[in-house]
Write a protein that binds this ligand. Structure first.
Ligand SMILES: Cc1cc2nc3c(=O)[nH]c(=O)nc-3n(C[C@H](O)[C@H](O)[C@H](O)COP(=O)(O)O)c2cc1C
Length: 194
């Protein structure tokens, strides 16, 4: 059976390169029967509100974040999916603030008690990075990949990545790259049954 996929789009630019990549990957995944939901962080209220370190989540058997906003609900509901995609532009070699705020709220899915125990619902799930970068080569990417590797390790999930380099401020440049579109769609097809 094809997977249920959540794509979290953390680009502050609503219709930028990352959104194009997300759309292409979604098309590929849909073509193989996967269900894809997209969460655009920029259209959510309070996206800038990161974890406040209150640790009330540590007393919740339901792995809930107690900040009363829509990010908490989205973080709670993410265990409904088989594949969770973190799509983002590379910012100074790492995760943009909006995405980082969201990811920090996922602390609610971890219990800190003589070590870190993730919500068992994450077992067998896959985390995926989609990154668009300005650089032509992999400059700065190792930092992002190292960070995401550690993050996935916390949740004991597998990690896959798809990177689109040479993306500048003009989205039309990417739109004309037919070969990149094909690669992105193919990656989406693979995600459907990863
Ligand atoms: C604040 C900022 C920091 C950036 N830092 C990097 C970087 O460290 N390395 C890189 O290759 N590109 C960097 N870029 C370029 C973006 O990652 C790239 O253009 C990306 O495709 C933008 O995605 P978007 O159109 O979805 O916003 C940066 C862009 C901005 C605005």
């Amino acid at each position: 059976m094809s997977h249920k996929i959540l794509i979290i789009n953390g680009s502050p630019r609503r219709n930028g390169n990352t959104s194009i990549a997300v759309h292409w990957v979604q098309e590929g995944a849909n073509s193989k029967g996967a269900t894809v939901d997209i969460l655009n962080l920029t259209s959510m209220k309070n996206v800038g509100n990161g974890c406040i370190g209150c640790r009330r989540c540590q007393n919740s058997d339901e792995y809930r974040c107690f900040i009363n906003d829509d990010i908490s609900q989205a973080v709670y509901a993410m265990t409904d999916y088989d594949v969770i995609v973190f799509a983002m532009p590379l910012y100074f070699g790492t995760v943009p603030a909006q995405m980082k705020s969201f990811m920090d709220r996922m602390y609610s899915h971890i219990k800190i008690n003589n070590g870190h125990m993730a919500n068992p619902k994450f077992e067998n799930k896959a985390f995926v990075i989609i990154a668009t970068t300005g650089a032509e080569n992999s400059n700065g990417l190792p930092l992002l990949e190292e960070y995401m590797k550690d993050f996935a390790l916390e949740f004991k999930t597998r990690l896959y990545s798809f990177v689109i380099p040479s993306c500048n401020a003009d989205r039309n440049v990417l739109l004309e790259k037919i070969d990149v579109r094909e690669q992105a769609e193919y990656f989406g097809e693979k995600l459907a049954n990863i």
